[in-house]
Design a protein around this ligand. Sequence first.
Ligand code: COA
Length: 316
Amino acid sequence: MPIVPTSAIGAKFIGWGTSLPEKIITNDDLSKTLDTSDEWIRERTGIERRHVGGTTASLSIESGRKAIQMAGIDPLTIDALVLSTTTPDRTVPATSATVQHGLGLRCGAFDVNAACSGFVYALVVGHGLVAMGMRRILVIGTDTLSRITDWSDRNTAVLFADGSGAAIIDAVSGPGHLLGWDFDADGSLEDLLYAEIGGTLHMEGKEVFRRAVRIMVDSAEKSLKASGLTSNEIDLVVPHQANLRIIEAACKRLDIPMSKTAIILQDTGNTSSATIPLALFDAADHGRIKSGDNVLLVGFGAGMTAASAVIKWNQS
Ligand code: COA
């Protein structure tokens, strides 16, 4: 059954920010140490370069600070920090504690880990907190996958990287911008993509690819149904940025042209929790989204998880 938001109190974005480490690794750089090539990586993934460096907390503090600045708010008015990450800096405490302190917040803070679907999970959880009476939530999606990547494994090293995106959602008196959403997970598929504690990522690439297309489409269709929209009423799709071919296959099945997608993976690689906020706010900053546009966020990741949400831009 599609889940339709029922709360009378909704929320909308009032500020956002992004952060990427300075260090850039190109495909040509990788081909110096791996049996790979720029041509292979571009053709099979769409990725051209990626940013690597920093910690999950440092990138989160940078994107969070920009979001607070854009919103023009006092950090002390933030009621909760929800940080989506699958690469925490420590096992204990949650990285959100470090970020909360770094940003000078005085509020509850916790991590959410749903791998690459995590930002959409965290965003919906943030809306849930607003429905329960909080007014202002900082939602951040950050990953530093370079720290759990085996840089001698060409199957994974060409894909993963680091980045962060943050958003502040603020309570509004109307239904708010979240029209519909969906969460999914199938733990029986956990061995397709995993890293042991202290270890590096192992991936069954072909099988992840096959499943990813299916679960993205299923989740997107559920969110569309919940929001009462059809795919041709979507103005912009912001998909998880893992592989351009996955995005093309999913959009084809959803009957959404690629001209309506926000794509940044050529410059960032797969930054897990950060891909959706990085692509969403890049599109917003470049004037690709106008008030009233219907924006579909759709992610998938290890677990395997999937999550999607339909946002009506700027709606109170
Ligand atoms: N450079 C050059 N050759 C490579 C390579 C690389 N980096 N990685 C694999 N190859 C080789 C393979 O060994 C294989 O060689 P063979 O034909 O001699 O056996 C050939 O390229 C094709 O490999 P294959 O695995 O079939 O490629 P693919 O088209 O499936 O692309 C992925 C591989 C990993 C890019 C693709 O499967 C993928 O993106 N999967 C999903 C991964 C993902 O999204 N992960 C994150 C989830 S959040």
